[in-house]
Design a binder for this molecule. Structure first.
Ligand code: C2E
Ligand code: MG
Ligand code: MG
Length: 570
């Protein structure tokens, strides 16, 4: 800036010096030409000290190339605009890191811009003052780079992504891949943090190799999640990202040798490609959302983000938040379906409690539509406790009034409940509170419970048996559990999945059902056939020696007032 200020310039000075934002400008040689009063306060350097010095003196060394690249992009933007429009300018919002005179770093949100007036190019930056100040950092290095792996951290990655997105306007493409390790937490807890740390470093080594000579920029987010950025002058960033993720998933699934342990990992991936005027943070959260979807689908896979996916996620979040209130607002209800003994004259011996949700707008919602959300969010714990209490309360009423002492109830438990340390105590409390005899209660679990953590499940099931309740394995035959599992767990009832019963209608599948019934009986379990709809199925089941049946043939699940304990037709 010249020594003699014009009137315009001095009123600009006045405005800048009274701004709550810190402000500085530099010229085409990156030399500082402007530094307002707020910049003096926030960064500690006086205007006099800095004018004429390169901006790089105020930027952490590892960010120098980001600044240079950013300025190139901004300049191109300022030069690119339609001729004749003055002033020509371009701007972008960034998170910037600046060095203070005392050597500490400030990271704050800001806006940088380039502006061409005739032949003069000005590049300037506002460091935004927010309600809480300028976002001073306690541990600046941790923020820019992850200390353990040396990879850039989220802030730095975001910064570079901003720049890439600006540069891609027009013909270029940008994609982001997110990778998360499946079950890293378990490794960390089981083997200790030192092993966990070493594993992470080894993972990064493999990710670097998966990047190959093209070396996409990698970053480590909190914990066990990583991002990679793909920037192409033409189309093709998305394909590159897919190639990288495919290689990464393959290489991460090879065993790791860490501190004498052989560790097996898998990972989940998500890929998002920048749309028109996509923001860096949106792109990153899309990639992460796709990665979480892959995780939820079982891991060891990747998915490409789509807007349909975002809608699904939003739907799920909407369901989750209304489910939160459903409990308080008493929108949940239990329906009951008779369980029928079929050996002689069909006779109702108990009921299965099946959860329903009276949704204020959607009407009656079936459990398949909300139990997965309840499981994922953890809401299944309070909901499951409510189901236990409500079903036992109803059973108590039936035992006093309705069918009397013969009434019994089957209650479904989800795997999350079995994993939760409170389950046994909750069941015990409910039994005590409602006063129903434990032998009138059967708890149903699915095969997945037995397969996931056989040791933990065994303890829980033994404790439940200790309370005196009966245990059933639900949907048997769908979960690929080996028959050997049945022997190891203290089960009383096996429920044959509807898919096998369906086949009986056409006179098929008799051998499978026969084998299951025989095996169950050999192990001392009684057998319930699920989803019996046709008299022919009932006949076949009787013939095969199946003990009990449930299905529309006898009754659909109904509210307690509609339940008939005597069968209308035999
Ligand atoms: P499930 O425990 O295997 O329950 C049997 C399902 O089959 C029920 O679906 C029932 O309505 C349906 N069904 C019974 N007979 C027939 C038939 O003849 N034909 C056909 N097509 N379907 C029949 P629903 O009530 O929609 O429940 C679905 C699943 O949701 C249940 O499968 C169970 O796994 C889960 N669930 C239900 N209530 C609860 C609960 O309170 N807690 C937990 N954790 N899960 C529950
Ligand atoms: Mg069931
Ligand atoms: Mg079932």
């Amino acid at each position: 800036m010249s020594e003699v200020q014009t009137e315009d310039e001095s009123s600009l000075r006045f405005v800048l010096d009274h701004s709550r934002d810190a402000y500085f400008e530099f010229d085409h040689d990156f030399l500082l030409t402007e530094w307002n009063r707020r910049a003096e306060e926030v960064l500690g350097w006086t205007r006099q000290q800095v004018l004429g010095r390169p901006i790089f003196d105020m930027v952490p060394a590892e960010l120098t190339d980001v600044v240079e690249h950013g300025v190139t992009v901004l300049r191109a933007g300022a030069d690119d605009r339609r001729a004749g429009v003055h002033p020509r300018q371009s701007a972008m919002a960034v998170e910037m890191a600046l060095l203070r005179s005392d050597g500490t770093t400030v990271v704050a949100n800001g806006t940088v811009f380039a502006r061409r007036e005739g032949d003069v190019l000005r590049v300037g930056a506002f460091v935004h003052h927010t309600g809480s100040g300028f976002g001073l950092l306690e541990a600046p290095q941790e923020r820019l780079h992850d200390l353990l792996t040396g990879l850039p951290a989220r802030g730095l990655f975001t910064n570079r992504l901003h720049v890439a997105l600006e540069g891609a306007r027009g013909t270029g493409t940008v994609a982001v891949a997110a990778l998360g390790l499946d079950r890293f937490k378990a490794v960390n807890e089981a083997m200790g943090h030192d092993v966990g740390d070493e594993l992470l470093v080894a993972v990064v080594g493999r990710l670097r190799r998966a990047g190959g000579t093209e070396r996409p920029m990698l970053a480590r987010l909190a914990g066990d999640e990583f991002l990679a950025m793909f920037e192409q002058p033409g189309p093709g960033a998305a394909e590159w990202a897919e190639r990288f993720v495919t290689r990464a998933l393959a290489t991460l699934s090879e065993p790791f040798q860490i501190a004498g342990h052989e560790i097996f990992l898998t990972a989940s991936g998500g890929i998002a490609t920048a749309g028109h005027r996509e923001r860096a943070t949106t792109l990153m959260s899309n990639a992460e959302a796709a990665m979480h979807e892959s995780k939820a689908a079982g891991g060891d896979r990747y998915q490409v983000f789509s807007h349909a996916m975002r809608r699904q996620i939003v739907d799920r979040m909407t369901t989750e938040s209304s489910l939160h209130r459903a409990l308080e607002r008493r929108e949940l209800a239990l329906f009951y379906q008779p369980v029928v003994a079929i050996e002689g004259e069909p006779e109702v011996v108990g009921v299965e409690a099946l959860l329903r949700w009276w949704h204020p707008e959607r009407g009656l919602v079936s459990p398949d539509q909300f139990i997965p959300v309840a499981e994922e969010s953890g809401l299944i714990i309070p909901i499951g406790a409510w189901v236990l209490e409500e079903a036992c309360r109803q059973l108590d009423q039936w035992r006093r009034q309705g069918p009397g002492a013969l009434a019994s109830v089957e209650i479904n438990l989800s795997a999350r409940q079995v994993d939760h340390p409170s389950l046994v105590a909750t069941v015990e409390q409910v039994l005590e509170m409602t006063g129903v005899p434990p032998e009138a209660v059967t708890l149903e679990i699915t095969e997945s419970v037995l397969m996931k953590d056989a040791v933990g499940a065994l303890q829980v099931l033994r404790a439940l048996k200790g309370l005196g309740v009966a245990l059933a394995i639900d949907d048997f035959g769908t979960g690929y559990s080996s028959l050997g599992y049945l022997q190891r767990f203290p089960l009383d009832i096996l429920k044959v999945d509807k898919s096998f019963v369906d086949a009986l209608e056409h006179g098929q599948g008799t051998e499978i059902v026969a084998a299951v019934v025989n095996l169950a009986h050999a192990l001392g379990l009684s057998v319930v056939a699920e989803g019996v709809e046709q008299p022919a199925q009932l006949e076949a089941l009787r013939h095969l020696g199946c003990d009990f049946a449930q299905g529309y043939l006898f009754s659909r699940p109904v509210p307690p007032v509609d339940l008939r304990w005597e069968l209308a037709v035999a």
